[in-house]
Design a protein. Sequence first.
Length: 243
Amino acid sequence: MNLNWKSFVSGAIMGSVLFSSITFAAPLVVKLMVNGAEIHSEVPAQIIDGSTMIPARALAEALGAKVTWDKNNQTVIVEDEKYRHLQRKQANIGEQGAADLAGDAQKHFWVISNGGIGDHQDGSFAFKGSDYRWMASDLNTKTKFIEYIELLYTPEQAGAYWNKQIENGGLVEIEGKLAQPNADGGSMMGWGNATAKLIKEGQGIQTFSFSVPLNDKFEVKEMKLRFVEGKGWRIDEPVDTIR
């Protein structure tokens, strides 16, 4: 076999140059920290062309969610473990499930009332004689706001609450971004410790009587839950019923 050493040396030098270029342009691997713990994954978090790329499975599972791959639709599906039992099929949500849903609804209401939990834009501004603040990044658009409510409420109730807030000035939309009056609040009702009793059941609809702690006594509230196809059990009452 004739070996062309000149070609071999030239190829080796060229390969070295290309390898050096690839090494120089390689993505920068960065740490992924979730709630104070470093997350290690088969594919590490990287900065590529100025954008930080994080593996969906590692991040989602660290936050208690499940990631699956829908090959037929070429879709990555991330599901929150907390709500998965409400989404799989139309079954009896159960009294404990209803109580858990109501407790989560109160937490959601006060996240909204306090402007969200994402990054906040500093400062406030005057609008029609009132002091307003921008909503945090997790709730700062109409789409995000309604999607957050629909995690726990029916689409009809989410839409009604949006309309109510826009009409009464509880929200304003300025160039696609949301703001709310600069005020906070609280509630003495302990929905997180409420108990539920099923009192009526129909096709995809269940009505519960809730016993809700309030100081040293209890208040009784009746609420309807409805199964929303493709989503699961949702509260079918005005959003500010639970606050």
